[in-house]
Ligand binder design. Structure first.
Ligand SMILES: NC(=O)c1ccc[n+]([C@@H]2O[C@H](COP(=O)([O-])OP(=O)(O)OC[C@H]3O[C@@H](n4cnc5c(N)ncnc54)[C@H](O)[C@@H]3O)[C@@H](O)[C@H]2O)c1
Ligand SMILES: O=C(O)C1=N[C@H](C(=O)O)CCC1
Length: 239
C-alpha cells in the first residue's frame, strides 16, 4: 500500500516504522500546509493524518477532494467532524476517524460501555474520568477521555454532558493531567461512600496506536464510505 503521512511527529514516525515493517511504502510526508504539496490520488492509496487540531479538517477534506481515503487519529477537531463526513460522502471517498486506534483501548471502550450500563441505576456512585498524557499534548481533555464520557452518557439518561475538572451533578468531570513521557493512561472511576470501582488502561508506548492506525488503513483501502474502528475490529468483537 502507498501511504501519505499527514503529520510526521511522534505518531507519524511510529506509523512509518510499522507501515514499512508490514511491507507498505510511505510516498509522502506532510508537516506543513497541505496546499504546499501535490496530491496525486493515483499514487497514494491511503492518507494517515496524525497532525494538529487546527490542521486536521483541511488535511482530511483536501484528501477527499483528491480521491484519497483518510485514516485520521488527530484529536481536538471534532466540532468539524460532521462537515468532514458530509464532504467524504459528496466526494465518494472513504474515512475512518478514531480518538484511539489501539486494540487495548478499543477493548477498554467495550468494557466502559458495559460497566456504564450496569451502573446507571446505582445512584450512590458518582463517575469521573482521569487522563494522563505527555507534556507536549496540545489538547485537553484527550479525545479518548471524551469518547469514554460520551459512551457513559449514552448509557445513563441522568448524565447530560462532561466538563474539564469541576462538573455539575448531571455532568461527568474529566481530570486531565500532564506528566513527562506518559503515552496515555485513562481511568474511569465510580465512587460511593461504601466503595469504589475503577477500570484503567495504560499505554506503554505509541506502538499500539500506530499499529491500529495502519491496520485501519489496510481495511480502508479500496472501500467507499465512513467506518469506525469497531468495523475494523468487528471479527474480534463478534467472537
Ligand atoms: N487516535 C489515536 O490513536 C492517537 C494516538 C496518539 C496521538 N493521537 C493524536 O494525534 C495527533 C498527533 O500526535 P503526535 O504526538 O504525533 O503530535 P506531534 O506534535 O508529535 O506531531 C504532529 C505533527 O504535525 C505537524 N504539523 C503541523 N502542522 C501541520 C499541518 N498543517 N499538516 C500536517 N502536519 C502538520 C507538526 O509539525 C508535528 O510534527 C494529536 O492530535 C494526538 O492527540 C491520536
Ligand atoms: O499522545 C496523544 O496526544 C494521544 N492522543 C489521543 C487522545 O487525545 O486520546 C490518544 C492517546 C494519545
Amino acid at each position: 500500500m502507498k501511504i501519505a503521512l499527514l503529520g510526521y511527529g511522534r505518531m507519524g514516525k511510529t506509523i512509518e516504522e510499522i507501515a514499512e515493517q508490514r511491507g507498505h511504502e510511505v510516498v509522502l510526508k506532510v508537516s506543513d500546509d497541505i496546499d504546499n504539496h501535490e496530491l496525486d490520488g493515483s499514487k497514494i492509496d491511503v492518507a494517515i493524518d496524525f497532525s494538529i487540531p487546527k490542521a486536521a479538517f483541511k488535511n482530511i477534506t483536501t484528501c477527499f477532494k483528491h480521491n484519497i481515503p483518510v485514516v485520521s487519529g488527530t484529536t481536538g477537531w471534532l466540532d468539524n467532524y460532521e462537515k468532514a463526513r458530509k464532504i467524504c460522502k459528496e466526494e465518494d471517498s472513504a474515512f475512518i476517524y478514531a480518538s484511539n486506534f489501539s486494540l487495548g483501548v478499543n477493548v477498554f471502550f467495550e468494557l466502559n460501555k458495559k460497566l456504564a450500563g450496569m451502573m446507571q441505576g446505582l445512584e450512590d456512585y458518582k463517575v469521573d474520568i482521569e487522563e494522563i498524557h505527555h507534556t507536549q499534548k496540545l489538547d485537553a481533555p484527550s479525545g479518548t477521555a471524551i469518547t469514554l464520557a460520551q459512551q457513559i452518557i449514552e448509557e445513563n439518561s441522568k448524565l447530560k454532558g462532561w466538563q474539564l475538572d469541576d462538573a455539575d451533578e448531571d455532568e461527568i468531570p474529566i481530570y486531565a493531567k500532564r506528566e513527562e513521557n506518559v503515552p496515555g493512561t485513562h481511568t474511569v472511576t465510580y465512587d460511593s461512600p461504601i466503595d469504589s470501582i475503577e477500570i484503567k488502561h495504560t499505554a506503554k508506548s505509541r506502538q499500539g496506536f500506530a499499529l491500529g492506525a495502519v491496520v485501519a488503513a489496510e481495511y480502508l483501502k479500496g472501500k467507499q464510505g465512513i467506518f469506525t474502528m469497531k468495523d475494523v475490529l468487528s471479527e474480534l468483537f463478534n467472537n
